[in-house]
Design a protein around this ligand. Structure first.
Ligand SMILES: C[S@@+](CC[C@H](N)C(=O)[O-])C[C@H]1O[C@@H](n2cnc3c(N)ncnc32)[C@H](O)[C@@H]1O
Ligand code: SF4
Ligand code: SF4
Length: 364
C-alpha cells in the first residue's frame, strides 16, 4: 500500500508547470495529531497482514514546510508503532529548504528522498522558478551538494517539457555527471501549467521521441549506472509481464491512499487541487478510514479497471504491462474515469521501442 500524505499544498517556489493551481496552495495544513490518527487507522487495516508492504510518502505542495519539529515527532511515532510492519518512508521535495537537521533526520529514519531537478541550469531555470521568476538551479545544486557531503542519496523527477527538445543528451550527461538517478515524466496540463502550456507543453510525438532517445542513452550506457525507474519498470514488465509502478497498475485504487491537508481522502496525489474536491471519497475529520474504504470499492473510479478490461485496450499487445495507463491521465483529458491514458500513442511507441531493444539483446 502507498500512503501519500500531503500535510500542505503551500509552496515556497512557483514552478511554471505546477499541476496545483495558485489558489489551492493555501497555508492549510493538517497537524501531527491528525497524521498519527491516520497512521493508526492504516496500521489497524494492515494488522491481519503485517508483511504487506507499506510505503509512506510525504508529498505536497512543499512537504518540508511542515517543519522539522513535526517530522521528528511523526518519524519517531512511525518507528515505534510500525516496528513489526514492512514499511518504508519517502519524501518528495523541491529540496530548497533542506538543511543539516533535515538531512540528519532523514538519515536516522532511512527516509528515501526524491527531489525535483529538470536538468542543467539552462533548462531548469526556465521552469523551476521563485515567485519573482528567478531560477532556482544554483540553490538546488547547493542543496544536492550538501546531501552528497552528508551521505544522503537522492532520486529525482525531471518534468519533460518543450524546453528539453533537442537537449536529451545534455540532460542525460548532466544527470550522469551528478550521479542522480531520475524519472522523465511528461508535463500534464493542470493547475498553473494551464496558464503556461504554450511555452512548456509537449505533443505526444515529441514526448515519445525524447523518451526513446533517453532510453537508448540509458540502455547502452555501460559506464554510468544511474537508475531510471520508469524505463526499468517497463523493461522488466515486458520480460515478466508484471509492473510495479502505479502508472501501470491494474487498479491503483487497491494500493493507494492519498490524504489532502484538509483531511480528504482522494484517489491519488494528483487529485488534491481545489478544482477536483468533488472527487474526494470522504474526509477523515468526519469519517473513519474503514467506512471510506467501503465507499472506494463501490465508486466509479475504483471500477475503472473493469471498463478498461472491456475496452480496446484489452486487444493491445502491451495490455499486460500498461493496463490503460494512469487513472488521472485518462480522466484529465476526457473528464471520464473510464478513459485510458491520453499518453496511449506515445506509450505504444515507447513500449515497442523498448521491446525491440530487448529482443535485439536476446533479453526477450
Ligand atoms: C507537485 S510536486 C510536490 C513535491 C515538491 N514540491 C516537488 O516539487 O518535488 C511533485 C512532482 O510533480 C512534478 N510536477 C508538478 N507539476 C507537474 C506537471 N504539470 N506535470 C508533470 N509533473 C509535474 C514536480 O516537478 C514534482 O517532481
Ligand atoms: S512542483 Fe513542487 S516545488 Fe514546484 S511549485 Fe509545485 S509544489 Fe512547488
Ligand atoms: S498502450 Fe494504449 S491501448 Fe495499449 S493498454 Fe496502454 S493505453 Fe491501452
Amino acid at each position: 500500500m502507498i500512503l501519500i500524505l500531503k500535510p500542505t499544498l503551500a509552496c515556497n517556489i512557483s514552478c511554471k508547470y505546477c499541476y496545483l493551481s495558485a489558489e489551492s496552495k493555501t497555508s492549510n495544513k493538517f497537524d501531527v495529531k491528525f497524521a498519527k490518527s491516520v497512521l493508526q487507522q492504516v496500521k489497524d487495516i494492515l494488522a491481519p497482514n503485517k508483511k504487506r508492504r507499506l510505503k509512506i510518502l510525504w508529498h505536497g505542495g512543499e512537504p518540508l514546510l511542515w517543519g522539522i519539529k513535526n517530522y521528528t515527532e511523526i518519524f519517531a511515532y512511525i518507528e515505534k508503532e510500525f516496528e513489526r510492519y514492512n514499511y518504508s518512508i519517502s519524501i518528495q521535495t523541491n529540496l530548497s529548504l533542506i538543511n543539516e537537521d533535515f538531512i540528519d533526520l532523514f538519515l536516522k529514519y532511512k527516509v528515501s528522498v526524491g527531489c525535483s531537478l529538470d536538468g542543467p541550469k539552462e533548462i531548469h531555470d526556465t521552469q523551476r522558478v521563485t515567485r519573482k521568476g528567478e531560477g532556482t538551479f544554483d540553490l538546488i545544486m547547493e542543496k544536492v551538494e550538501l546531501c552528497r557531503e552528508k551521505g544522503l542519496k537522492l532520486g529525482c523527477i525531471v518534468v519533460g517539457t518543450k524546453k528539453h527538445i533537442g537537449k536529451i543528451p545534455l540532460l542525460y550527461k548532466f544527470m550522469c555527471d551528478n550521479n542522480i538517478g531520475f524519472k522523465f515524466n511528461p508535463i500534464f496540463n493542470a493547475g498553473e501549467a494551464k496558464k503556461n502550456i504554450d511555452n512548456y507543453g509537449l505533443t505526444l510525438d515529441e514526448y515519445a521521441t525524447m523518451a526513446i532517445e533517453l532510453f537508448d542513452l540509458w540502455f547502452y550506457d555501460n559506464k554510468n549506472k544511474i537508475n531510471n525507474s520508469v524505463f526499468a519498470d517497463i523493461a522488466s514488465g515486458l520480460i515478466s509481464k508484471k509492473t510495479s509502478h502505479c502508472l501501470f497498475d491494474k487498479n491503483c485504487q487497491d494500493n493507494i491512499l492519498a490524504i489532502a491537508p484538509n483531511g480528504d481522502v482522494v484517489p491519488c496525489g494528483r487529485f488534491c487541487d481545489d478544482g477536483l474536491k468533488q472527487y474526494a471519497y470522504g474526509n477523515l475529520h468526519t469519517e473513519n478510514l474503514n467506512s471510506i474504504l467501503k465507499k472506494i470499492k463501490i465508486s466509479d473510479i475504483y471500477n475503472r479497471y473493469k471498463c478498461i478490461e472491456e475496452s480496446s485496450c484489452s486487444k493491445c499487445e502491451f495490455f499486460a504491462i500498461c493496463n490503460g495507463g494512469c487513472l488521472y491521465d485518462g480522466f484529465a483529458k476526457t473528464g471520464d474515469f473510464k478513459s485510458k491514458t491520453f499518453l496511449c500513442s506515445a506509450y505504444k511507441k515507447i513500449y515497442s521501442h523498448i521491446s525491440n531493444r530487448l529482443k535485439e539483446e536476446k533479453l526477450l
